[in-house]
Design a protein around this ligand. Sequence first.
Ligand code: 5GP
Ligand code: MN
Length: 338
Amino acid sequence: MNSKDILELKSLLNTPKEIVIVPHKNPDGDAMGSTLGLYHFLKGLGHKATVIAPNDYPEFLKWLPSDDTVIKYESQTKEADDLIDKAELIFTLDFNALSRTGEMETSLIASTATKILIDHHQQPDQYAAYMYSDVSMSSTCEMVFNFIEFLDGLDRISPEIATCLYTGIMTDTGSFKFRSTTSRTHRVIATLIDKGADNMQIHDNVYDTNSYQSLQLLGCALQNLRLLTEFNTVYITLSQEELDAHNFRKGDTEGFVNYGLSIKDVVLAVIFIENKQEDIIKISLRSKGTFSVNDFARTHFSGGGHINAAGGRSELDLSETVEKFISILPQYKTELNS
Ligand code: 5GP
Ligand code: MN
């Protein structure tokens, strides 16, 4: 973000505004942490801000400060559309294309509000008047911290803001272990702890609130795991039937795909999750090193994300999707073995 943009944004935020803050569909810890963190900051500056999520998010995020103020577009469409209509500023956080907001996209396109993008995904679309896009960042939460710093607002970081931003940095870095975790990330985290983020409690709230059923589902996923040694690749499938048998709830499969990458020498891990309601297979991809799952997901599975973490979808059925995936791998054999 250049100094001209910062000056303009400072001036825009100098007088109270009606503001809407939007995360991507199926929001994760970084999406909810960054939107709610920014929400608290903007409220502190005297603005009228509302977070509107395209749809619901997992239980393990339903303790974030002011989570109860979040409007869900899917179930509160009229209220959400009114707010979008009235908004003077719309912040879009943790995604790179308006299509990532699902049904909400039409209203966002129609809105005349000044749009501000803050995001760390690859290849952002050019829909926003102000873009703070940086693919080297660990998380959108780290970028919101920087954004607050650009606005000379670090003194305004409350325990609520610190808690929200800590949460998203923690979840998007796999608890500070992914490559994108820098010394600066750790400095930001240290500041957030100083500002009142209770690190142990946050970890506990997010990671240690599994249900018995969700651990059983993990067991099922691990049973279904297949190793393709020739391609240093692992894939996992979960059918709708298996999800139903374990009383699946949103968020229960979070992190499952990472187990594949913990096998020695594996560089690509993928999970295919059947969703009969939407009639699609949701795909999550993770890699180690230079193998770009962003490119892979964009090319073959209508998705995208980051070099080492991406998502996508397939309209084929579960077994056809897996067949398609296996048939693609030979093209990448050299890359997967380098
Ligand atoms: P996950 O596998 O956890 O759903 O997503 C991994 C990363 O890829 C996240 O940063 C997420 O925002 C991105 N991502 C997930 N699904 C999609 C998708 O369908 N399209 C795009 N462009 N990115 C996605
Ligand atoms: Mn993120």
